[in-house]
Design a protein around this ligand. Structure first.
Ligand SMILES: C[S@@+](CC[C@H](N)C(=O)[O-])C[C@H]1O[C@@H](n2cnc3c(N)ncnc32)[C@H](O)[C@@H]1O
Length: 319
């Protein structure tokens, strides 16, 4: 899978910024809401994720890893949580340097595949699958919006393990999930099964989103919600390049063509050069080009993601 770009290039070698640890009240609120997949700590250059029974420390330097591990041991009793394993994952400078998490503590014989819950939805993880283990925690609030919206037809592009599709399908939508990777879509189907949803009642298409969107327009398909959460950079069919900075505008324009009146588009990126204000500019421009009216809405903030961490996201609702 082509993992999303991490914001590491801007980090210093070590960090003097204070760590933002989740309060015990917020930890408990996650448990009460049936969520066992969230950040435990964020700081410049590192973060700690609680992924069900396991902990994953993402770090930009061995010094940050050592200090977070030490601080975790002091804080863990207050959370009343003992991970069965602790993994670490270096944040690479280049995409080519990305590697799967490494087991630091715990039984190496335990399965690399696990299941985590988010608002009582269930998602499969795989600690051996590569750099990304299967669920992007910074999209929790956007999944929650889909989980409660009564939408009929939802298109999830760059679907990866189809977590957005699961949330929409649980709310009764028919979903179409598109990703270049057949393997990721297989994991998506498994996520449907984990949530007692019948994958055969939904569509999964392995293709380049940039080829599929115009095809859907020619077939006059329309969607009530479209998820556009592409990687910062990827290569699609015939080696065609996708670069968020250059191609988000065209992607949004193509999506607007197949958005039903009143329908919504989630525009999201982890490209560090694009903040929410840039997404607003892109959205206004695309709406104007398409001669459409629309409203822009920000995603709700997440208690475990301090400002300016996580993806930049924007909902666009066409009139
Ligand atoms: C960062 S992940 C997307 C995360 C996903 N939106 C989520 O929240 O779980 C990027 C995904 O886009 C897929 N991808 C990259 N370029 C693509 C393209 N041109 N067409 C379709 N899928 C693509 C990759 O295979 C990968 O699964």
């Amino acid at each position: 899978m082509l993992a999303r770009q991490s914001p590491k290039q801007s980090y210093p070698a070590t960090s003097a910024s204070p760590a933002h640890w989740l309060s015990t009240a917020d930890w408990k609120a996650f448990e009460d809401a049936g969520t066992a997949a969230h950040r435990a700590c964020s700081l410049h250059g590192a973060w700690v994720e609680r992924l069900g029974e396991d902990l994953l420390i993402n770090h930009q330097s061995p010094a940050l890893l050592a200090s977070l591990l030490e601080e975790w041991k002091l804080r863990a009793p207050a959370y009343a949580y003992t991970p069965q394993r602790i993994f670490s994952r270096p944040l690479p400078l280049q995409n080519a340097e990305r590697s799967a998490p490494v087991l630091l503590e715990g039984d190496p014989a335990l399965p690399v595949e696990t299941v985590v819950s988010e608002s009582r939805m269930r998602f499969g993880l795989d600690f051996s699958a590569g750099y990304s283990v299967g669920l992007f925690l910074d999209q929790r609030a956007n999944r929650a919006l889909l989980r409660t919206a009564p939408l009929k037809r939802v298109l999830n592009t760059f679907a990866y393990t189809c977590s957005f599709s699961v949330a929409a399908a649980l709310a009764g939508a028919e979903t179409l999930s598109v990703d270049l990777s057949q393997k990721s879509l297989e994991r998506g189907r498994h996520n449907f099964v984990l949530n007692e949803l019948d994958p055969s009642a939904h569509r999964f298409v392995a293709d380049d989103v940039q080829d599929l969107l115009p095809r859907l327009a020619r077939r006059k398909e329309q969607f009530d919600a479209i998820i556009l959460d592409p990687p910062t950079f990827s290569r699609g069919n015939k080696g065609r390049r996708f670069r968020a900075e250059d191609d988000l505008q065209a992607l949004l324009s193509a999506a607007l063509e197949i958005t039903a009146p009143g329908g919504r588009i989630l525009l999201s990126t982890n490209c560090t050069k694009l903040r929410v204000a840039d997404l607003e500019t892109i959205a206004r421009f695309a709406l104007k080009n398409a001669r459409l009216q629309g409203t822009l809405q920000h995603s709700p903030p997440l208690v475990d993601f301090p400002v300016k961490t996580g993806a930049s996201t924007l909902w666009i609702q066409r009139r």
